[in-house]
Ligand binder design. Structure first.
Ligand code: CA
Length: 248
């Protein structure tokens, strides 16, 4: 039987006054979410928390069943509409949030990832780190179009300009990908407060070092390293470990 265990951590960082990130770890239901709010203090906190709550509720209500991509899109769409509605309050105008979601298909090794914005999902398999999501940023679009060399993407002055986020418009077009987990896989969901401070190579080293260790300690180490590098943003990580064969 395939067993998924997980841990998460969030930290305000070294520069910001408040933490607008939010996350959820619902290991029993196989639901994992990271959201990075924007729109200023109270608004960003509201948006990310609302997104996490609505996504978890929508996926739970769907009953864990087939973990389909359609269900994931609907969950993100529901969260989007809830935030748009809440943003009707003048104090919260312009609030939005990213959301990166990992949902395990009940009792199997299949999973679906849903994604809006620039938080990321990674998978470490056999020591190799792979980014499973594509940043929905202006900079990434320039790279994809061949207008900007990939190595100039990190630290680019426009790196935080998002192409879309939850809560800003009536409709969103989430990226949805699915896959099959294997024994020993480690998934990482994170906000850009981690990836702005640590490159993929360092993330790979940390995750590889923690493969047989304690997931809480692994999350703390990622957060500490982001803070040691400057901690310029809120940093949030969720780490999920897959153990055993699942069949199906
Ligand atoms: Ca951020």
């Amino acid at each position: 039987m395939c067993n998924w265990t997980a841990s998460g951590a969030t930290d305000v960082g070294r520069v910001r006054a408040s933490n607008e990130d939010a996350f959820a770890v619902e290991a029993a239901e196989g639901i994992f979410v990271v959201a990075d709010g924007m729109g200023g203090h109270a608004a960003g906190e509201v948006a990310s928390r609302l997104a996490v709550e609505r996504i978890v509720a929508a996926l739970k209500a769907a009953g864990g069943g087939d973990g389909s991509g359609e269900r994931m899109s609907r969950a993100l769409d529901e969260a989007n509409r809830a935030i748009v509605e809440a943003a009707g309050d003048p104090e919260r105008r312009g609030m939005g949030t990213t959301a990166t979601v990992l949902h395990r298909r009940a009792g199997s090794s299949r999973y679906v990832i849903g994604h809006v914005g620039d938080s990321r999902a990674y998978r470490l398999r056999n020591g190799e780190l792979r980014q499973l999501t594509r940043d929905q940023t202006w900079v990434q679009r320039q790279v994809d179009a061949g207008l900007l060399p990939a190595e100039q993407a990190r630290g680019h002055p426009y790196s935080n300009v998002l192409v879309q986020a939850l809560g800003l418009e009536g409709r969103v077009s989430p990226e949805v990908v699915d896959g099959t987990a294997e024994d020993g896989d480690l998934f990482l969901l994170c906000s850009d407060g981690l990836t702005a401070m640590l490159d993929d190579e360092e993330i790979q080293v940390v995750l590889s070092g923690g493969r047989n260790g304690d997931l809480d300690a692994l999350c703390r180490e990622l957060v500490e390293r982001a803070n040691e590098r400057g901690g310029v943003d809120n940093v949030t990580v969720v780490v999920v470990r897959v153990e055993g064969d699942a069949g199906a």
